[in-house]
Design a protein around this ligand. Structure first.
Ligand SMILES: [Ca+2]
Ligand SMILES: [Ca+2]
Ligand SMILES: [Ca+2]
Ligand SMILES: [Ca+2]
Length: 695
């Protein structure tokens, strides 16, 4: 070092007194005068502020000195808690390198400095970078039944742009769905940026209890290939299930994720998904009423609480998110359910329905609507998606025939908070008709989500509440069958309701105005317009099949009186039984179902050969009908005896014969009877006399 310093001093002295051109070439090669230029530092790696840098990277910079002087370079970092030099270079112009063993933690920001000096001038540059996250990352690509047909229309939105809504694989479970099967298959893709994934486990949540939290439980199976782990979870009970995935990497870093639903593209808020197993599947059956569906709205917007509120992961809506609804098997209440859009609206069958494979051959539509650009005569497009990928095609080419194209009722009603039009009074129109499907279409518990009914027109509003009731019936039977049914016992048969009055065959007051469909139809008010009512016009309650039959003979101790009672409104009835002679009440049978038997018991035995007259009064909320009277004539204990009040020998033989066959109780053997084992004529007279005396 001392020799070098002396040499530099000598050179400096020489350079100050000798022109450089005089100096020999060997000296020029080893001596660079410092003319005041400052070193520069550039092209650092990792670039300042960058992220996802691998651990302990090789740091580098390019040092340049304007005068070409040799530079001394110090590298320092504060990774140990204070600024400490960790590297040293002596360099001429060019790239230099160092590493720092401390720069080895994941997701950590490291600051580093480079100080380059040419002996006179120096420069310091400070940088930072962030190491990569070395946690296993998850993508749950499937959770469902890979052998099941169907699945939700869309996958979870995750980080995709709002317009990109990929379709789910067949069998994918939508959130909160009910399944008849008792298993699920889960496939998850696990990646790790800097090391290999070593372990992946499924943790199952059964309602509120974590199960199978230890690896390799026999309750499920794990298959590994590439970066996809597939679990077959079997033998699940009738509960709500969810799950977590947990993974570890070879650096012993672990991470976990849950089966969740993201509630919006702009808000990183999630809630846990679940699926329910073991539900007994229903079969669509018109007479069970389980083919009836009512329209409900489900809001989903870009903001909470409605962001992606749909079970099937449609994602968020650009606008107010009122263009999709649900079809549920429950009646709506007073609140107006409305779906609306400038383009089209649709409604999906409830995901909680579990059904057997069912062919859909027609759908009956009864919807209240308003469209600013259409008239009553415009047909509303309507259809289903035969497979989820055919949804748009099917909508563009609805296969339908209709019973009518005119609105069958119109109601002017004030509605709040409607889109796209503001609050106001709307003329709502009712279209009610049957669509036949010419294309075979069947649904199962897992494809029920695909059954979507849609209308495509401009600025359409479709509403429903208990008075403006919008409903659908899947698989309406043929007309002959309908004509034999009055499912709601309102006096109109189901054919009349669907195709004549356009009322609900399972509701006796479709528009919920307090007057029955039958009565409105009879009196001329609109059974679909809750603002149009009239005084009820009732028919009469009717009675049939009185027992005992009128003017018939009956046994003295037959205490039963009954009669079949009916009324056209199908109401329950209280039936009172009276003795016609004096008007005294015999008894009553209350809350008798329409078209069934009302029954009482007479509290005494009839007198022989007397006539009794009785009648009934039928009372319900709509009826107070009194019958004429019927006659009961009481006869003897033995109805095959001639009833002329005289005893003939033939009667005696019948009497004795009956007596002898009645069971031979000891009481019949009187002490004055000379009973020697054979029946003599005097025995008969005693027997008959005894018989006659007994009453
Ligand atoms: Ca009816
Ligand atoms: Ca009805
Ligand atoms: Ca009514
Ligand atoms: Ca009405």
């Amino acid at each position: 070092m001392k020799i070098l310093v002396k040499l530099i001093i000598i050179m400096l002295i020489l350079s100050s007194i000798v022109p450089s051109s005089v100096l020999g070439a060997p000296i020029v090669c080893t001596f660079t005068p410092n003319l005041g230029g400052t070193p520069t530092i550039s092209d650092e790696y990792p670039s300042n502020t960058t992220s996802n840098i691998e651990f302990t990277p090789q740091l580098s910079v390019i040092c340049n000195d304007q005068d070409g002087n040799t530079m001394t370079v110090n590298w320092s970092s504060n990774s140990s808690g204070e600024w400490v030099v960790f590297g040293y270079n002596v360099t001429t112009n060019g790239t230099i390198y160092q590493t720092n063993a401390n720069f080895s933690n994941e997701s950590t920001r490291y600051y580093w400095r480079v100080n380059a000096s040419d002996g006179t001038n120096y420069i310091v540059e400070e940088y930072y970078f962030t190491t990569l996250a070395d946690l296993p990352q998850f993508n749950i690509t499937f959770a469902g039944n890979p052998y099941g047909y169907g699945g939700p229309l869309y996958l979870p939105p995750y980080d995709l742009a709002d317009d990109v809504k990929p379709l789910a694989d067949e069998g994918y479970y939508t959130n909160a769905s009910h399944q008849s099967v008792t298993f699920m298959n889960v496939t998850v893709n696990v990646t790790d940026e800097s090391s290999d994934v070593s372990e992946v486990w499924l943790h199952l949540l059964n309602e509120t209890t974590w199960e199978n939290a230890t690896p390799n439980n026999t309750g499920y199976q794990m298959i590994f290939y590439n970066n996809n782990w597939t679990y077959n979870v079997t033998e699940l009970g009738n509960y709500n299930y969810s799950f977590d995935i947990w993974a570890n990497d070879t650096r012993n870093n672990s991470n976990t994720t849950s089966w969740e639903k993201r509630v919006g593209p702009d808000e990183f808020t999630y809630y846990r998904r679940y699926v329910s197993f073991g539900y007994a599947p229903e079969t669509f059956n018109y007479t069970n009423e389980n083919t009836n569906f009512y329209l409900f709205a489900e809001r989903y917007t870009t903001s909470r609480p409605w962001a992606d509120g749909l079970h099937h992961d449609q994602g968020t809506d650009h606008g107010d998110g009122k263009d999709t609804g649900y079809l549920l098997q429950t009646l709506p209440g007073e609140d107006i359910e409305n779906i609306s859009c400038a383009g089209y609206v649709g409604a999906l069958v409830d995901e909680t329905l579990t059904i057997n494979q069912t062919d859909v051959f027609n759908v009956y539509q009864h919807t209240w609507w308003n469209g600013s650009g259409i008239s009553y005569n415009d047909e509303l497009l309507f259809g289903y998606n035969s497979t989820k990928r055919d949804l748009i095609t099917t909508l563009d080419n609805p296969e339908q025939t209709s019973y009518g194209t005119n609105a069958v009722s119109n109601v002017s009603v004030y509605l709040e908070d409607l889109y796209p039009v503001d609050n106001g009074t709307y003329n709502m129109h009712l279209t009610s008709r049957l669509y036949n499907s010419s294309t075979e279409f069947n649904v199962t518990s897992n494809s029920i989500y695909q059954l979507m009914l849609m209308w495509e027109t401009y600025n359409l509003i479709v509403v429903s509440n208990r008075s403006l009731l919008s409903w659908f019936i899947i698989n309406v039977p043929d007309n002959t069958t309908l004509q034999d049914l009055d499912s709601d016992s309102d006096g109109l048969n189901d054919y009349e309701e669907l195709y004549v009055t356009f009322t609900h065959p399972f509701l006796d007051d479709t528009d919920y105005d307090g007057v029955s469909d039958y009565s409105e139809n009879n009196s001329g008010s609109d059974p679909n317009n809750y603002t149009d009512t009239s005084e009820p016009v009732y028919g009469s309650a009717t009675f049939s099949n009185p027992y005992p039959e009128n003017n018939s003979w009956t046994n003295y101790n037959d205490s039963d009186i009954n009669i079949t009672v009916s009324n056209p409104l199908g109401e329950e009835m209280d039936v009172y039984f009276y003795w016609f002679n004096n008007g005294s009440l015999i008894g009553s049978d209350l809350s008798v179902t329409n078209n069934t038997v009302a029954n009482i018991t007479v509290p005494f035995n009839y007198e022989f050969y007397q006539q009794y007259y009785w009648n009934i009064t039928v009372v319900s909320s709509s009826y107070n009908n009194q019958s004429g009277n019927w006659t009961i004539q009481a006869e003897s204990e033995h109805p095959d005896i001639d009833r002329d009040y005289k005893c003939y020998p033939s009667d005696l033989s019948i009497l004795v014969g009956n007596y002898m066959t009645e069971g031979g109780a000891p009481r019949w053997i009187r002490s004055d009877l000379n009973f020697d084992g054979a029946i003599n004529p005097q025995d008969l007279s005693i027997l008959v006399g005894h018989y006659m005396e007994e009453f």
